[in-house]
Design a binder for this molecule. Structure first.
Ligand code: PLP
Length: 239
């Protein structure tokens, strides 16, 4: 495990350098940006090593994988983020370990998350996932609400018990007008965020940027980057 620890430490240092560089280039203090390490497909032992290396935020995208991993790592000082498409029948489980849900994209999910959070006696910080490709009439398969649906979901989150609107999340579109232009996509997300914050000032998180485009996201103003492969290695293709 010593080798794996060194590998993770080296990768983390490289990612940290990219974030710092992007922050100084944008004239932003480094502490404006929180690194969330996406540990999907990697074992709980890696999560443990990452916690030992100072990582405090981890993310998963599938409840069936995340629930046992979070349970195994319950003794670690970690904040858990759920970033995957969420079915309402998984909400109860997710609400038991997740602190942040980044993938709220429909009213039914708000209702379900609220009920589950109340039952669990927890408060869930919820980010609305924005599908920027919906604007050009295209639609990726990653989920998300069209930009013109953000306000309604934010109002619903603010009105419901056990949940609160925490901000916005996006994945840079692979199709449509923003394909190959992550900087432009993240710029558009920032505009939508400005509108959201006018009505909900506390909903100030902007979760954008992954291994390939975290630099563009930091330049645009992201507050949270979600980095998987650049820290843990390229995920093996399953199946
Ligand atoms: C997997 C995943 C990431 C991390 O992607 P990498 O390219 O491995 O950095 C970020 N966000 C979401 C929603 C993901 O599913």
């Amino acid at each position: 495990m010593t080798d794996r620890r060194t590998e993770l430490a080296d990768n983390l240092a490289r990612v940290e350098e990219r974030i710092s560089k992007a922050c100084s280039a944008a004239g932003r203090p480094r502490e404006d940006v929180t690194l969330i390490v996406v540990t999907k497909t990697y074992p709980a032992s890696d999560v443990r090593l990452l916690a030992g290396l100072g990582v405090r935020h981890v993310a998963e995208n599938k409840d069936q994988e995340a629930a046992p991993k979070a349970a195994e790592c319950a003794d670690l000082p970690l904040t858990w983020h759920f970033v995957g498409q969420l079915q309402t029948n998984k909400v109860r489980s997710v609400a038991s370990y997740a602190d942040f849900v980044h993938s709220v994209d429909r009213a039914r999910l708000v209702t379900a998350l609220s009920a589950a959070a109340v039952k669990a006696g927890r408060t869930l910080d919820c980010l609305i996932q924005v599908a920027l490709d919906a604007e050009s009439g295209e639609r990726g398969e990653r989920g998300g609400v069209a930009p013109d649906g953000v306000t309604e979901l934010a109002d619903a989150l603010a009105a419901a018990e056990g949940v609160r609107p925490a901000g916005l999340m996006t994945v840079a579109p692979l199709v449509g007008t923003y394909a190959g232009r992550p900087g432009a996509a993240f710029g558009r997300l920032m505009e939508i965020s400005t509108g959201l914050r006018a009505a909900h000032p506390a909903a100030n998180m902007v979760s954008a940027g992954m291994s390939a485009d975290l630099d563009d996201a930091v330049a645009a103003g992201a507050t949270h980057v979600r980095v998987g492969s650049a820290v843990l290695g390229v995920r093996p293709r399953l199946g």
